[in-house]
Design a protein around this ligand. Structure first.
Ligand code: F0G
Length: 466
């Protein structure tokens, strides 16, 4: 036998008990939550695949780091450790901690975007686009067309389309484009990576026109794993080396440490430009906290510093992405329509294809996430029309081509058996799809509606008929 499997490069030291509920319990909980998985109580959830954000298990070394938190208001040792780690691992010069990713997005958007500016990016992300719009910017999608096609098998479906970018620069003029937001990986496309070649080309084009490139580095190490696996010339390079090269094509990054960095809270803004960093340090004190803690406790910064090093270990990333792939392969073999290739942080169900009888106005992805919860207590997240929200000018619903449900895998939390149970539920639900009933909105908040909107079935009282 030649096959040698990988296994998780850790063993479990502490467990958290899960509560098993009945279908009747879950029907009640789903109705009380307005069929929005964000409004469920976590105690009512069996396997929580809502998000990989802040849900990872920390290592014993990170917990040890929590015990050496230096909780001084100013100049905490943990800040200097974090700063040094980010400088070494990502290669940026200035580090401004923030409470999480959107804190960094807020500061960057406010500092760089003027009313009427256009900000290109390889697909939108919810919080990123909102912060751009709140300061008068307009997001322009310059991702390759194939990213919107769930069946395209391109290895780097997150890439920027250089022709689209060139056309945009010509149309609006480089002086109205303060920066390009380069997402690595692309969350809304299904966790799809960008290639190093694309990052290099994007950087060259932007530099030619004096446009800055800021990376959304939230899952950049996952992106580097895909580069190592899929891009010629990188197989023998370490994740660390690949990350440094990727970051070198950009002028800084916004970071949600709650993903790659293996912490439950934290983020940062990293910048190379001295003046911009100075302005950001000035602004962080207004919105987050002093520039040496940015809304974080010293212990949180220490855990993030340790987590960054762990994220760059090949065995960690192989097991992390390997687990996502394991779930995806089970679903693929079970004939469930999923986004291909399988992404870095989760498996994305193609809800439009899964529920062809539910029109887009009845939110197939929202509906599928609610039905999956009722079926088995697995909590997933809608990533389709509800997440896309409305056009700020016309007030009309955005109906993106991708109407997806994300089964997001927290890092180091669930076992292969949890993946089996999840796949069985999804496959069975797919067989029973004609029992699933569409939803309509009963309450809609103004911003980021997917977090708090409420729904009801368009007919009857159940999203999953008996
Ligand atoms: N950028 C990306 C690509 C993200 O996925 C997220 C968060 C953020 C920025 C914002 O970071 O949450 O720390 O403020 N994504 C979470 C998710 C919410 O579930 O995908 P944050």
């Amino acid at each position: 036998m030649n096959k040698r499997s990988w296994a998780e490069p850790y063993k479990i030291k502490m467990v958290e008990h899960l509560r098993v509920t009945t279908k009747a319990d879950r029907e009640k909980a789903a109705a009380e939550a307005g069929y929005n998985t964000f409004l469920l109580k976590s105690d009512d959830v069996y396997i929580d695949l809502l998000t990989d954000s802040g849900t990872s298990a920390m290592s014993d070394r990170q917990w040890a780091g929590m015990m050496i938190g230096d909780e001084a208001y100013a100049g905490s040792q943990n800040f200097y450790h974090l700063e040094q780690t980010i400088r070494e691992c990502y290669g940026y010069k200035h580090v401004i901690p923030t409470h999480q990713g959107r804190g960094a997005e807020h500061i960057l958007s406010k500092l760089c975007i003027k009313d009427g500016d256009t900000v290109p990016g390889n697909m939108y992300f919810t919080t990123t686009r909102l912060h751009q719009e709140l300061v008068g910017g307009q997001f322009a999608d310059v991702i390759i067309d194939q990213a919107h096609d769930p069946d395209s098998e391109l290895p780097f479906k997150g890439n920027v389309d250089l022709n689209k970018l060139a056309r945009l620069i010509e149309q609006v003029g480089p002086q109205r484009i303060p920066y390009l937001a380069l997402h690595a990986t692309v969350n809304m496309a299904g966790g799809q990576p960008i290639s190093m070649a694309n990052a290099r080309d994007v950087s060259a084009m932007c530099r030619k026109f004096g446009i800055k490139v800021f990376m959304d580095a939230t899952r950049a190490v996952e992106n580097c794993y895909f580069i190592k696996k899929r891009e010629a010339g990188y197989a023998d390079r370490s994740l660390q080396e690949i990350l440094r090269e990727l970051c070198a094509y950009t002028d800084g990054c916004t970071m949600s440490g709650k993903k790659d960095c293996l912490v439950n809270i934290g983020g940062f803004l990293a910048l190379n430009d001295d003046d911009l960093a100075d302005a950001a340090r000035n602004m962080v004190v207004v919105y987050e906290g002093l520039h040496t803690y940015g809304g974080l406790a010293g212990r949180d910064m220490e855990a993030m510093a340790v987590g960054i090093r762990e994220s760059l270990q090949f065995d960690h990333m192989r097991a992390r992405i390997g687990q996502v792939e394991y779930l995806g392969e089970l679903l693929r073999k079970g004939d469930v329509p999923i986004v291909r290739p399988i992404g870095g942080h989760g498996v994305f169900l193609n809800a439009a294809r899964f529920l062809p009888h539910i029109p887009c106005e009845q939110f197939p992805a929202q509906t599928l996430a609610a039905a999956l919860y009722v079926d088995s207590g697995v909590r997933a997240m809608e990533r389709g029309a509800v997440s896309a929200g409305r056009d700020p000018k016309t007030g009309k619903n955005h109906f993106p081509e991708l109407e997806l449900v994300r089964l997001t895998i927290p890092r180091r939390v669930y076992t292969q058996a949890h993946m089996d149970v999840t796949a069985e539920s999804v496959i069975e639900l797919h067989g029973n799809r004609d029992k699933i009933v569409g939803l309509r909105i009963t309450y809609e908040p103004k911003h980021l509606r997917f977090f708090q909107a409420r729904f009801e079935p368009v007919e009857g009282s159940k999203v999953l008929r008996d």
